[in-house]
Design a protein around this ligand. Structure first.
Ligand code: SAM
Length: 278
């Protein structure tokens, strides 16, 4: 584990996540509380600003097929993995660096009856504990900002995919107009935030050996959602059911900072689909 890796874990580490999430869901549902499904959990376990909407966009690029072996790199507490396994009938391995997140992912898999379809593995995206060519597809949502060695991140993703398989990813990158405001969802300060421009990322992907299928700066497209989320947070505070259950009330400040920084050209949002040569 590198020193930067330890600091990344420190930013996210928080105990008792699954119990808090399940209690929040029960409290919100009251006597009407239905079964615990990936869709019911979605406001609480997709750990990125645009929530389930962003996961749907990434998975739409990925096009997973029933029965396939999918890898989620930096899967957090497993929300995107559970949602994908349920809606596409595939097996998802959720790999994450933060032990507390991996424990929460396992508990939420059990609570949703998905332990046989979603596997949780603790480890680093830059040293994947998997054999070569073992996955049919992979995706990664809002993880690369925490990774200094992006060449190794992409090289490892390429290594574990079977030839011809695709990797979909989306993350924040540097904007053209300077540094973002911290703290942000993924980092308290610039020491654990490694932001590249879209052009730098394109070069890293190609150097790793991927072919580019789709590669686009999505900033303008997501700005209306980020602005609306900021407006709601500033006018009404945190929603009753939201990511504060996972990260504490500090999440509101993180999301406002991200929205303001993106609005002012100090963050970009990248989306890509890349393919390992057949
Ligand atoms: C903003 S969260 C996104 C989680 C998840 N992808 C989602 O969308 O719900 C970033 C995640 O990246 C993980 N992470 C950061 N650096 C990592 C690394 N080197 N290897 C694996 N996971 C990492 C963190 O532990 C955290 O769970």
């Amino acid at each position: 584990m590198t020193a930067a890796g330890n600091k990344v874990q420190d930013h996210y580490a928080i105990e008792g996540i699954a119990a808090r999430i399940l209690a929040a869901l029960r409290a919100a549902g009251g006597s009407e509380a239905g079964p615990i499904t990936p869709d019911a959990l979605a406001p609480l376990d997709h750990f990125h600003g645009r929530g389930l909407k962003a996961t749907k966009e990434t998975v739409a690029l990925l096009e997973p097929l029933s029965g396939e072996r999918i890898l989620d790199i930096g899967g957090g507490i497993g929300g995107p993995a559970r949602w994908t396994a349920t809606h596409f009938g595939c097996h998802v391995t959720s790999l994450d660096l933060t032990p507390e997140f991996c424990r929460a992912a396992e508990e939420l898999n059990a609570a949703t009856g998905l332990s046989d379809r979603v596997r949780v593995v603790e480890g680093s995206a830059t040293d994947l504990p998997f054999e070569d060519d073992g996955f049919d597809r992979a995706y990664s949502e809002n993880v690369a900002m925490n990774i200094d060695d992006k060449r190794r991140f992409f090289a490892e993703a390429l290594r574990v995919l079977r030839p011809g398989a695709v990797f979909a990813f989306s993350h924040y990158g540097a904007g053209p107009k300077g540094e973002p405001d911290y703290p942000l969802t993924w980092a308290a300060g610039p020491g654990t935030s490694f932001l590249c421009s879209p052009e730098e990322t394109r070069e890293q992907v190609l150097t790793a050996g991927f072919e580019i299928v789709i590669f686009r700066d999505k900033t303008e497209e997501v700005l209306p959602d980020l602005r609306e989320n900021r407006r709601r947070l500033e006018e009404h505070g945190l929603p009753p059911l939201g990511l504060q259950t996972l990260m504490g009330e500090r999440i509101g400040e993180y999301q406002i900072n991200a929205a303001r920084s993106a609005d002012e050209g100090r963050l970009s949002v990248l989306e890509a689909l890349v393919r390992k040569p057949a």
